[in-house]
Each structure stands twice: as structure tokens, then as C-alpha cells.
Design a binder for this molecule. Structure first.
Ligand SMILES: Cc1ncc(COP(=O)(O)O)c(C=O)c1O
Length: 359
């Protein structure tokens, strides 16, 4: 049975959270002398002299309307990376508990675990890049608090089979995080609508990908109110700045533009995949539900270095298990994609010439 009290660290259950000035008074007033702000103002023409809303209520309302998820099921973090760290701090006892990850996957689950002194258990993906449910189940014990799933997965680009994810949600009594950072580029339905069915589900999304706001640092976690309340207890009081809240609200008025960008990126992803698949040296372009492609290519490291020499940076994943000889390539602008293809063409020509000279 899922028991959130049992899952939550004892010190967090007992924690009396910080009560900010904005928590203790949130009504209308003329004079604010309660938070030791600078009453004279700031060098900016805005109200940045004031602390922001610690609960980001306006922003959550708008996100709630767009996502169809009630505001009390939404947590906002300084990037999804803050949500990841907070989940460890809320539920995993350092030096005792463990979590399961399914590599190759996003690196921060493991880094955050290490920072928090939590054991990481690995159930590598199958060579189809899908979950190995049997291995996963065998790793779980009474101290397993979180299973981290990423769909679409980074760096493989594929979505996890929905039935597999449901099997994990149904059979694991700890927390199942589904990181949907790339879900907007996929035809898969978000698990956000499944919250009423799963008390153990946490869905993470971010403004860093489809929304084009990686520089803003804004991530979302959707979960039961009980889980959200625990995360709220632990977060720093003003974790989302006034500037971030304002800019995000502006961005959220432009869903049309974001949808256009998503469509364009998906079209370019498919076009780039087709061209790359024909490029000499390319062995596999893996199907992608994200805004990047995982490409198996001969002499991946050398290709990486050659591209770097042309001032084109891709991600070398060739040392990662199951991604041997692979580069991860973000879909760029039309021009950037063309530059990449031309550089790869040049690499092949230079390489062929060098081989002829060697012979
Ligand atoms: C799967 C996944 N989750 C989360 C993140 C980080 O998101 P954020 O920028 O919101 O911290 C990334 C960034 O690359 C990612 O690939």
C-alpha cells in the first residue's frame, strides 16, 4: 500500500516550515514594513524591491488553465533540477534509502542522489530503449523511495511504452517520477491527466524546452496535493523570482507562438533525421519524440572533434552504455542544420582523402 507518511523523511514530517512575511500577511495594505525590503525602491522602474509571491498563485492559475491541472497539484521550481533535488530531500533518508534509475537517462537524477547521499540502483533500458520491468522489480526493496522515469527519454529520444509505465505506477509503493521535459515534441499523452488515479505519481515538465525559456529557470512538478504540500514545506521561501514569474506570465500569453515553434522543430527533426540517415558513416538515426536526435555514427568521437573544429557543438554520448558511437544532436535552426550536414559531408570527404593517403 502506498503510504505517503511512511515515505516522507521523519525530519521533514516534523519540520515547521519557514514562515515568510508574505505568508503571515497576504491581504491588501498601503504600507509594507514587514519584510525588511528597501522601502525607497530599486534602480529599476519596477517593483523588484518587494519579495515575490512565495506561492506563485497567479502563475499557477494560468498554468492550471493551460494544463488542465488544478493549481494545488502544481509545484514550481527553479528549473526541473530544483524539483529533482527537492524530491530527494523530502523522501530519501541520506545514507539509508535508495532510488532506481533506468540508464541511459538524464544525468541529474544520479548527481542529485549523490549530493544527497542516496544509493542509486540501475535497471538499464533494454536495447529497444524500453524499460526492463523484471530487472526493475528485482531492484526494489523496502528502502526504495523513488523510481525515476524519463519519457521521452534523454539521450535516447524515445517515449517509454505507456503500459510499462503504468505497470510501474501500479506495482511500486514508492514515488514514481515521470520526467516529461520533452513531452511537447511527442505524440504521447502526458501523464499529467492521470494524477487522480495514482497517489504515487509525480510528473515533471519544464519551460526550458518547448517554451524556449531555458535561461529563465522554471520547472513544474504535478502531483497529489499531499506531495505538493511536502515539497512546498521544504522549498526555499522565494524560489521563483519576481522577474521569472512576470516573464513566464507574459510567455504564457503566447501559446500560439509556442505551438508554431513545436511544429516547426518537429518538422525539422524529421527532415534532419532523413538527411542524416543518408549521410555516409551514419549507422542509425534513432526515432525521436524530442527536440534532438541520437545518431550512431562511425568514429563518433572523431566526428565530434571535427565538428568542434567547425565551431559546431553536439553532445558526445559515445562512452555511455547503450549509446556507444552515438552523438546527441539538438535540432537547430534551418541554417544550423544545414551547416551541420555540410560539416558532416566535409568530414567524410577529408576522412576518405586521409585514408587514401594512408594506403
Ligand atoms: C530529461 C530532462 N529533465 C530535466 C532537464 C532540466 O530541466 P530544467 O532546465 O527545467 O532544469 C533536462 C535538461 O536537459 C532534461 O533533459
Amino acid at each position: 500500500m502506498f503510504n505517503l507518511d511512511k515515505l516522507t523523511r521523519e525530519n521533514i514530517q516534523k519540520l515547521v516550515p519557514y514562515s515568510s512575511a508574505r505568508d503571515e500577511f497576504s491581504g491588501e495594505a498601503k504600507v509594507f514594513l514587514d519584510a525588511n525590503e528597501n522601502s525607497l525602491g530599486s534602480p529599476l522602474p519596477k517593483w523588484y524591491n518587494r519579495y515575490p509571491d512565495p506561492h506563485q498563485q497567479q502563475l499557477k492559475q494560468v498554468i492550471s488553465t493551460i494544463k488542465g491541472i488544478a493549481a494545488e497539484h502544481i509545484f514550481l521550481g527553479n528549473g526541473s533540477d530544483e524539483c529533482i533535488d527537492l524530491l530527494f530531500r523530502c523522501f530519501c533518508e541520506p545514507g539509508k534509502d535508495n532510488v532506481v534509475i533506468c540508464p541511459p537517462t538524464y544525468g541529474m537524477y544520479e548527481v542529485s542522489a549523490n549530493i544527497n547521499d542516496i544509493e542509486v540502483r540501475r535497471a538499464p533500458l533494454l536495447d529497444t530503449f524500453q524499460l526492463d520491468l523484471i530487472h526493475l522489480e528485482n531492484l526494489v526493496d523496502a528502502d526504495t523511495k523513488i523510481i525515476w522515469l524519463c519519457s521521452p527519454n534523454n539521450p535516447t529520444g524515445n517515449s517509454l511504452n505507456r503500459q510499462d509505465v503504468e505497470a510501474v505506477l501500479n506495482n511500486f509503493n514508492g514515488i514514481v517520477v515521470i520526467d516529461e521535459a520533452y513531452v511537447n515534441f511527442s505524440r504521447q499523452k502526458s501523464f499529467g491527466q492521470e494524477l487522480p488515479d495514482y497517489a504515487n505519481l509525480v510528473v515533471m515538465q519544464t519551460f526550458s524546452k518547448a517554451w524556449g525559456l531555458a535561461g529563465l529557470r522554471l520547472g513544474m512538478a504535478f502531483a497529489s496535493t499531499a506531495i505538493i504540500n511536502i515539497m512546498n514545506k521544504v522549498k526555499p521561501p522565494y524560489n521563483i523570482s519576481q522577474a521569472t514569474q512576470e516573464i513566464a506570465l507574459q510567455a504564457l500569453e503566447n501559446t500560439g507562438q509556442v505551438n508554431d515553434m513545436i511544429r516547426e522543430l518537429v518538422d525539422m527533426r524529421e527532415a534532419l533525421a532523413e538527411v542524416l540517415a543518408q549521410a555516409p558513416g551514419v549507422e542509425t538515426v534513432y526515432p525521436s519524440d524530442a527536440n534532438f536526435l541520437l545518431v550512431k555514427i562511425k568514429e563518433a568521437r572523431k566526428v565530434y572533434d571535427f565538428l568542434l573544429g567547425k565551431a559546431i557543438v553536439v553532445r558526445d554520448r559515445s562512452k555511455v552504455k547503450l549509446c556507444e558511437d552515438c552523438l546527441r544532436i539538438t535540432v537547430g535552426t534551418e541554417k544550423e542544420n544545414t551547416d551541420l550536414i555540410e560539416a558532416l559531408q566535409e568530414w567524410v570527404e577529408t576522412n576518405v582523402q586521409e585514408k587514401v593517403v594512408e594506403n
